[in-house]
Each structure stands twice: as structure tokens, then as C-alpha cells.
Write a protein that binds this ligand. Structure first.
Ligand SMILES: C[S@@+](CC[C@H](N)C(=O)[O-])C[C@H]1O[C@@H](n2cnc3c(N)ncnc32)[C@H](O)[C@@H]1O
Length: 233
């Protein structure tokens, strides 16, 4: 368990928030997050294959993947997922294998099920981000990637003060405003086989980042990499 506890962003607060967002989500968050979504899809398609979108929401990005990819989607919010199912029907997305109500922290897929795990604007909305990343790593095949687009909190200055001040209100809306990049670095440094491979600033205002982790396909390399990875943290 990390310093950020379930009590600070309880799951029922998140599900209530997204039940409210579902009818208007695409209008409010469609354009503003578009570049981040496109960057994540582009990165995911460099690997391709069987892709899991966690926190797939209304399925806003599903039509943008090439049909050669097999897509699975999960979300904790039934109302958001209902919109995603309507979208799959509307666009005739025969490459979508399935959409399930599922908690990101407890995925009911076997180990090494996916070539890529994508989570756009999700990791800062879950109660236990590190345990959720552990679960992403578990269901990922060796050689695969976790691709996140996520809010990254400021390390210092006025923005950090504002983010901490706004945090209680943001939780009611279903997310965290404060979330230092050091948490991703620490997670990778303590997780066997996972290497942080990219961080790229994303709009709006560069407050979000595209973050990529690669799962090593060479078990012999894992132990050798550990001291270096620990040094980063
Ligand atoms: C900000 S929305 C992002 C939706 C979509 N990925 C996008 O790009 O617009 C966050 C989504 O994560 C989902 N979510 C939050 N906590 C979750 C959890 N523990 N397990 C699965 N999904 C979760 C919410 O229901 C919501 O649909």
C-alpha cells in the first residue's frame, strides 16, 4: 500500500462521478484530450496485435484504431461502458473482442494476454495506482508495452499549490490533480521486467504526459537491469 489510500479516492466516488459524466463526457472531454489519445493509439499500433484499453470509458478512441488490431475494453462504470457498446455497434467495429465492466486493479484476464495495455486518463482516477500498474504488467506479454496518457502533477511552485488546493474538489469529479511523475519512476524501478521508456508532454498546457513502459522479453536481462533501475528511483 502506498501513501495514497483508498479513502482518498474511493471507488464509489469514482463510479458516481462517471455515472454523471457519461451523458456529456464526449462533448466535454472529446476535443480537449484528442491529441493525447491519438499519440497513445499511434504508440500502441507500433506494436499492434491484441490491445487492452483499461478505463475505455465511452469508447471514444475505439474507432481510431486500425481494424487489424484486436481490441478489448474494460471500465468500472456501467453507464460509460454502455456508451462504448453503442459506439461499437454504430461504427461496426468487428475488431472489438469485448467490453466488460471490470476493475482495473483486479483484471480477470490470464497472465500475458495482451501485446499492449493502454490507459488514457485513467491511472490518476483509480484508488491504488501502483497496484493497478502491477495488474497491467501481469496481463502484458513479454516484449509488450503499457501506454498511459496521464496527468502529471507539478513538483514545485504555484501550480503545485493550486493542485493540492483543488484536490478535494477534483476527487468529487472523479480524479486527482496532484500526481508526481516520481511515482511512475519508483513503480518501474521496483517492478521486475518493466522499464520506463518514454515520457512526452501532452496538451492541455503540457500538464499531461504520454508515458510508456516496456516489458522485457529477456528474463536474463531482468536481474542485470535491477541495480540501474533502482538507482533511478
Ligand atoms: C477520464 S475517463 C477516461 C476515458 C477514456 N479513456 C478517454 O480517453 O476519454 C476515466 C475512465 O476510467 C474509468 N475508471 C476509473 N476507475 C476505474 C477502475 N478502478 N477500473 C476501471 N475503470 C476505471 C472511469 O469509469 C472512466 O470511464
Amino acid at each position: 500500500m502506498t501513501a495514497m489510500t483508498h479513502a482518498e479516492l474511493p471507488k464509489d466516488m469514482v463510479t458516481k462521478a462517471y455515472a454523471r459524466w457519461a451523458p456529456v463526457y464526449d462533448v466535454v472531454f472529446g476535443p480537449v484530450f484528442e491529441r493525447g489519445r491519438q499519440a497513445a493509439i499511434e504508440a500502441a499500433e507500433r506494436i499492434g496485435g491484441r490491445i487492452l484499453e483499461v478505463g475505455v470509458g465511452t469508447g471514444i478512441s475505439l474507432p481510431d484504431y486500425k481494424r487489424t488490431n484486436k481490441l478489448c475494453g474494460v471500465d468500472i462504470s456501467e453507464p460509460m461502458l454502455r456508451k462504448a457498446k453503442e459506439r461499437v455497434t454504430e461504427f461496426g467495429l468487428s475488431n472489438v473482442e469485448g467490453l466488460w465492466v471490470m476493475d482495473a486493479e483486479y483484471l480477470s484476464f490470464p497472465d500475458a494476454s495482451f501485446d499492449v495495455v493502454v490507459a488514457q486518463y485513467v491511472v490518476t482516477t483509480v484508488p491504488n495506482p501502483e497496484a493497478t500498474l502491477d495488474e497491467f504488467a501481469r496481463v502484458l506479454k513479454p516484449g509488450g508495452e503499457i501506454i498511459l496518457v496521464s496527468r502529471v502533477g507539478a513538483d514545485a511552485g504555484l501550480r503545485r499549490v493550486l493542485e493540492h488546493g483543488f484536490a478535494p474538489a477534483a476527487r468529487k469529479l472523479g480524479w486527482r490533480t496532484e500526481f508526481p511523475f516520481a511515482r511512475y519512476v519508483r513503480w518501474a524501478s521496483r517492478t521486475d521486467g518493466m522499464v520506463l521508456t518514454e515520457r512526452r508532454a501532452m496538451p492541455p498546457f503540457g500538464h499531461f504526459s504520454l508515458i510508456r513502459f516496456t516489458k522485457s522479453s529477456d528474463p536474463a536481462a531482468l536481474d542485470l537491469a535491477r541495480p540501474a533501475r533502482q538507482a533511478i528511483g
